[in-house]
Design a protein around this ligand. Structure first.
Ligand code: T3D
Length: 261
């Protein structure tokens, strides 16, 4: 399938998904929403893909909803349905994908663009990146999972402050607040992101997927449920070929060669 608003490149088990509407700072119109859902589904389904990188073309990651397209809607348009079918599905695809997803935040991430970045598992920000909870600026409420992700990442006080102030925070502050894992000079982004992605793609993908699930489920469960969940997931990981290889590599004093199964 060919995409007009997104590009997909797969190399050495790493899929790089690039939002490609640079003239609008990669704002999401309906076509980009549809293509994003489709490409994420494909990345999730293809076993050969073991790590996914989301990034933007030009000077932005994404500025969220295309406000110019939104302005053309007639009175019949349901914004709630649009969010449900669009951004909710994108965030669900990222969060439930059983492999690591890296947000390579190359520039501004605003509104739903910020939400999509926050839904990824590892966030690498260029030093020029900014994060803007732009929703309130146009009279909307935070969506794209930000009411779930942001308070967990930076605490409820800072999350609320960002949401109502619409303040843009830079990469340095985002790092200090725990919003991103690492900040790198913009010209070093490609090599740093590639190094992270390859390292994750060479990991025990099945165990990474289960780890992601356990962390998400653990965030809303009791300790007792989390302990039980860990035991169940360990039962699965403990029967994987990668666990067998990990043990073998340990006793042979060599690096494991995981196949992701
Ligand atoms: O229906 C639903 O599902 C509702 C869901 C909503 C979820 C949301 O995402 S709501 C929030 C939407 N996003 C925003 O409100 C951000 C709007 N953009 C900005 O505030 C600024 O562009 C930035 C602070 C992000 C960056 O500012 P700056 O000065 O670096 O760039 P700029 O000049 O404002 O933008 C450059 C171009 O991108 C410009 O186009 P032009 O004038 O050169 O033809 C601008 O209009 C365009 N652009 C930027 N943001 C959007 C956009 N075009 C459409 N939609 C945008 N969101």
């Amino acid at each position: 399938m060919s995409y007009q608003t997104i590009s997909l490149a797969v190399e050495r088990s790493v899929a790089t998904v690039t939002f490609s509407r640079p003239a609008t700072l990669n704002a999401f119109n309906d076509q980009m929403i549809t293509e994003c859902i489709s490409v994420l589904r494909k990345c999730g389904e293809e076993k050969a893909i073991r790590c996914v990188v989301l990034t933007g073309s030009g000077r932005a990651f994404s500025v969220g909803q295309d406000l110019k397209e939104l302005r053309t809607r007639d009175t019949e348009f349901s914004i709630g349905a649009h969010v449900r079918k669009g951004y909710n599905e994108i965030v669900r695809q990222i969060v439930t994908m059983d492999k690591p997803v890296i947000g390579a935040v190359n520039g501004v991430a605003a509104g739903a663009g910020c939400g999509i970045a926050m839904a990824t598992d590892i966030r690498i920000a260029a030093h020029v990146a900014t994060f803007v909870m732009a929703f309130g600026r146009v009279g909307l409420v935070p969506d794209s999972g930000t009411t779930w992700t942001l308070p967990r990442l930076i605490g409820p006080a800072r999350a609320f402050e960002l949401a109502v102030s619409g303040e843009a925070i830079g990469a340095k502050k985002a790092y200090e607040w725990g919003l991103v894992n690492v900040v790198v000079p913009a010209d070093q982004m490609p090599e740093v992101v590639t190094a992270w992605a390859r390292s994750l793609a060479e990991g025990p993908t099945l165990a990474f997927g289960l780890t992601k699930r356990a962390m998400h489920e653990g965030a809303t469960s009791s300790l007792a449920d989390a302990l039980e969940n860990e035991a169940e997931l360990q039962q699965i990981a403990g029967h994987s070929r990668d666990f067998h290889e990990g043990l073998q590599a340990f006793v042979e004093k060599r690096d494991p060669e995981f196949i992701g199964e």
